[in-house]
Design a protein around this ligand. Structure first.
Ligand code: ADP
Ligand code: ASP
Ligand code: MG
Length: 407
């Protein structure tokens, strides 16, 4: 019998009526002869509430107690969905991360999955049961609860699907699938029937939160057939597939954005070998990722300005590290700016088509939007702009690349 993993996100479990609807999707899959493993997120808003509680109690996000608190939301929704299924005669039972077990390293609040023991879930299904697994959480080898990073229940679902060799992993969410841009911002965005793993990975990495980036990477590496669909309608959603399965490939498939970046400019840095290493080495040692970087030409051959971005949540720590490094470096000023946004256009068609960047720059120029930083990969172009212009930029680019819905 084939196995399907069904994952339900927070909004899809937001109240009892929605949990009942999720139970309906499980029963439909069972009715078509599949075995089903269910993965749940916490009810909408619950993880935010728990994070705030942990913070108010002084919990360091990297501590085990922080994760013990924050992981608990999934336990409630797993129990509720299992109860609803049992109510309709389906012998479901909840599984917490440690009961699976889903073993992770001990990087609390951003743990990495090391391995999964499939036996407990297998035994449950052998006995005709339906396991309802708490997403987002795991356990270390020495028995401490961990969490996988925000949005991480997608990763739990895909990792289980890969381990259990599932026929498909269905991610039920609050939109109809993956759109050409976030439909909450660009009303003319349309649902894609298919998107390649590579494009989806870029979009998720650049901020499209419809899927967790690492979940896409795991799906790509293990060839998990992944579908994103609406838990409200259950209509076919977006399939994440290999490039050769996509029938009509656009040059630009979709646009992502992120408001979670902050820009830092080091003014008047000495222009000599070793400065970049002295600047970025300590940031990396502090676990701070640097994303876009631009170094300006040095007008006098002696000093230069260097601008780069970090996650906004790392800004305070980054500034502290930089202040320390600058004792030796001697930049005249360090200027932070968190009112920036990153816009990324993504498409595998960029590999074979010229002019994609040109159109992006011209479209933004037409709207009077200044580009602060640019970075590219083979299938993506990202620009950093002032956050105030984000919506205008997204809508203009969406039209410029011919992505607007036609009806
Ligand atoms: P869940 O709670 O189901 O995991 P998320 O909030 O994590 O749901 O992800 C779904 C949300 O992702 C949508 O409500 C939508 O606003 C946002 N989103 C961002 N970019 C896209 C996109 N390209 N396509 C679809 N949704 C997107
Ligand atoms: N509940 C967790 C969060 O809000 C995990 C998830 O939703 O995937 O981040
Ligand atoms: Mg999510």
């Amino acid at each position: 019998m084939s196995l399907v993993v069904q994952k339900f996100g927070g909004t899809s479990l937001g109240d009892m009526e929605r949990i009942a609807r999720a139970a309906g999707h499980v029963m439909t899959a069972l009715g078509s002869g599949h075995r089903v493993v269910v993965v749940v997120s916490a009810m909408a808003g619950e993880t935010d509430r728990l994070v705030a509680l942990a913070k108010a109690a002084g919990g360091d996000p990297e501590s085990a107690e922080h994760d013990a608190i924050v992981a608990s939301g999934e336990q409630v929704s797993a129990g509720l969905l299992a109860l609803m299924l049992r109510d309709t005669g389906v012998p479901a039972r909840s599984f917490h991360g440690w009961q699976v077990p889903l073993i992770t390293d001990s990087s609390h609040s951003r743990a990495r999955v090391l391995r999964i023991g499939p036996d407990a879930l297998g035994a449950c299904m052998e006995a005709g049961g339906v396991p309802v697994v708490t997403g987002f959480q795991g356990v270390t080898d020495d028995g401490r609860i961990t969490t996988l990073g925000r949005g991480g229940s997608d990763l739990s679902a895909v990792t289980l699907a890969a381990r259990l060799d599932a026929e498909r992993c269905d991610i039920f969410t609050d939109v109809d699938g993956v759109f050409t841009c976030d439909p909450r911002i660009v009303a003319k965005a349309h649902k894609l029937d298919m998107i390649t793993y590579e494009e989806m990975l870029e979009l998720a990495s650049q901020g499209a939160k419809v899927l967790h980036a690492r979940s896409v990477a795991v799906a790509m590496n293990h060839r998990v057939r992944l579908q994103v669909l609406s838990s409200f309608t259950g209509a076919p959603g977006t399939m994440v597939v290999d490039e050769d399965e996509v029938v009509e490939q656009q040059v630009v498939s979709a646009i992502a954005y992120s408001k979670d970046d902050a820009k830092i400019t080091m003014i008047g840095l000495p222009d000599r070998p070793g400065v970049a290493a002295a600047l970025f080495g300590p940031l990396s040692d502090a676990g701070i990722n640097v994303d876009m970087i631009v170094q300006n030409i040095s007008p006098d051959g002696e000093s230069t300005d260097l601008t780069f971005t970090v996650a906004e949540s790392d800004l305070g720590q980054a500034l502290a590290v930089l202040a320390e490094s600058n004792r030796d470096l001697g930049a005249s000023d360090i200027v932070p700016d968190s009112s920036v946004a990153k816009v990324s256009v993504v498409g595998v068609g960029m590999r074979s088509h010229a002019g994609v960047a040109g159109r992006m720059f011209a479209t933004l120029a037409d709207r009077g939007i200044n580009i602060q930083l640019i970075s590219t990969s083979e299938i993506k172009i990202s620009v950093l702009i002032a956050e105030d212009y984000l919506e205008l930029a997204l809508r203009s680019l969406h039209s410029a690349y011919g992505l607007d819905a036609t009806d």
